[in-house]
Structures are given as C-alpha cells and as structure tokens.
Design a protein around this ligand. Structure first.
Ligand code: AMP
Ligand code: MG
Length: 330
C-alpha cells in the first residue's frame, strides 16, 4: 500500500500546473495567470520519508477535535470518519511539503478535464448463474474536474431483446418498470445517442477534444455488462471504454482502506446516498459525488483499469467487510 500511496504524492514536473490549460482564454487572463505562477515559483521538494513518518505518527495521536482544528486551519473539510480525516490531513501535509506554498492543492495538475461516471443497470434474476444480463439503463454523470462539480447528465433506458420481460426481482432491485423499457430504444440505438451526446460536448471527436475518461464503481460495468451487451448486440466493443477510472479502487488506494461499496464509501466521507440505490442515474450521481470528494482531497484521478487487465472476479462485488483498517504506511 505504501507504494500505491506514493503514486499520488510523488509529483512529477508535468503535474505542476503549466499554462497549457489556459489555451483559449483571453490574453489578459493568460498574462495574469503567468504572473501569478511566476510569483509563486512552484518548486517540487523531495519529502523525506522520515519527515512524513513523524507527521503521520503525530496525526495518528490526535483526537477527533485536534484533527478538526488542523483541518480547519488549512480550510479542509472536517467531514468523514477519523480514518478519512487523518488521511486527508496526511495527503495535504505531503503536498504542503512538496510544493511549499500556501494552497498546495491548487498546484496539482489533473490528467483529465472531464470525467464521465457510468453505472449500468441490467436485466437480472435472483441467484442465477450465467444469466445473460442485457443493459436496460445507461446513465452518465459528467464531472468538470477543474470546477469540481457535476456539469451534465445523460440518461436513457434500453429495451432488452433476449429477455424483454423484466423479472419482478429486477424491477424490485432497480425500480425500472416494464413500460419504461418497452418504450425505450434498443441498446444499439442508445449507444449511438451516447456517442452523439459525447461528441456534442467535444469528448470523443479528435478535433478540439477535451481530455476525458470514464469512471465506474468497480470493474463490472465495462468488463461484464458492456462486453456481454456488445456480444449480444453483435457490435464491436467501443474504443472509449477500453480503459477507465475505477473509483472504488482509487478510493481504497487514496484513503488506504479496503475496497467497499457506494454506501460505505459515502458513509466514510460523512455523506449519505442521495436517491434510490440501484437506479442507474442515482448510483452514477452518488459515485460522482465520491469522485468529487477525491478530487477535493487532492487525489489525481487517472486510468487504473482496462478491459485487457481487469479481473472482475478478483474484486468481490458486495464487499461489506467491516475491517476497513487504515493501512497508510510511510
Ligand atoms: P448495481 O449497479 O449495483 O445497481 O447493479 C448493476 C446490475 O447488476 C443490476 O442492474 C443487476 O442487473 C445486477 N445486480 C446487482 N445486484 C444484484 C443481485 N443481488 N442479484 C442479481 N443481479 C444483481
Ligand atoms: Mg447501479
């Protein structure tokens, strides 16, 4: 875990904000930004493990109240359980030492301008192995990374072909009713609409393209549902879904906790689920809220799973293990 924590904190020169992201703004603001950066003279300082270790040990001794005082001093959120707040302060401190400036989190350069959170719902039966799940809801929640906000949403139901009648189990689980899929376009049509929607936002076409990545909760959306759906629909697997950000994986990595589901991640952050669990759009919105908290805490969100390397079986879906002990090692 120590080496994975390191990934987020060993910042390369490319990760310092340069002026590239300012392309397209007017000359005055460009100059103002240049002046601001030249005044700040961002420097990357090697932080010794010994220094971090000392600070880490001190944070581990802090009471909840002391922790909040330190977080407030740095204008950081005091939301979340002790484990999360400790790690938040530890990461911030590492950034403080690395950049040696007043607002070190502003010096982090993210890899993507936009992150599109997806969470498929599919036909299902209770405890039936080798069931051919067909995607019945395709939601996207779009995050503007720099603004750290949700800026757009896409949602469509899809009409299943192999099992056109939803099981009671499926409707009870997802809240999706028969009439909603009966009147919906097929998956192939929805995929086309999704690509149009992405193109309209300059997320897919190479010209003027914004940098963007898809994000999920776990590996299953792409490795299980999308892959099977493309086979069932006899279409090729979309290029844009070959690599993605697994937020469940990143959450565990960044906060040094065991992987856990949406509800538990939210609870750890001091948040509660908004909406109806297993509704695709509500799941995606809540996963996006988790992504936003990671961004606010200085996590660099980058691709961490792919269709070629993912092993969904190695990641149990319902990990309700309560043993979420902190394993932040310095
Ligand atoms: P989720 O994102 O957790 O809502 O799940 C996505 C899809 O996985 C659902 O639409 C179902 O097709 C399937 N699924 C989730 N939980 C179960 C379960 N307990 N039994 C069978 N299928 C499930
Ligand atoms: Mg869902």
């Amino acid at each position: 875990m120590a080496s994975s924590t390191k990934k987020n904190l060993d910042l390369s020169k490319e990760q310092i904000k340069d002026l590239d992201w300012k392309k397209g703004t007017d000359a005055n603001s460009f100059l103002a930004e240049e002046q601001r950066l030249s005044k700040q003279k961002p420097m990357i300082h090697q932080v010794s493990q010994k220094t971090i270790g000392k600070f880490s040990a001190r944070i581990n001794q802090m009471t909840s109240e002391q922790l909040d005082v330190e977080l407030e001093k740095r204008q950081l959120s005091t939301s979340g359980d002790m484990d999360i707040r400790r790690i938040r302060l530890k990461h911030y401190y590492k950034y403080e030492l690395t950049f040696q400036c007043k607002n070190p989190l502003t010096m982090i350069e993210q890899q993507f301008e936009y992150i599109a959170v997806v969470d498929f719902e599919a036909t299902c039966e209770d405890q039936q192995d080798n069931y051919q799940n067909e995607i019945i809801e395709f939601p996207i929640v779009l995050i503007n990374v720099q603004q750290q906000t949700i800026v757009d949403k896409f949602q469509s139901y899809c009409r299943p072909i192999i099992n056109p009648i939803l099981s009671k189990f499926c409707t009870d689980l997802t809240g999706i009713e028969q009439h909603q899929v009966d009147s919906a376009p097929t998956f192939v049509e929805v995929l086309h609409n999704v690509e149009t929607w992405l193109n309209e936002r300059k997320l897919l076409l190479p010209a003027n393209k914004h940098t963007f990545a898809f994000a999920t909760d776990g590996p299953w959306d792409f490795t299980k549902f999308l892959q099977l759906q493309c086979q069932l629909s006899s279409i090729s697997y979309p290029q844009w879904a070959t690599e993605w950000i697994d937020l469940r994986k990143e959450f565990a990595h960044f906060y040094s906790v065991k992987r856990c589901g949406i509800n538990k991640m939210l609870a750890k952050l001091g948040l509660t689920f908004d909406g109806r669990p297993h509704s695709g759009i509500d799941d995606a919105t809540n996963i996006a809220r988790i992504g936003l908290e990671l961004l606010k805490d200085g996590c660099i969100l980058s691709l961490n799973d792919s269709i070629h390397s993912s092993d969904p079986k190695s990641t149990p879906r319902n990990n309700n293990n309560d043993d979420d002990s902190i394993v932040f090692k310095d």
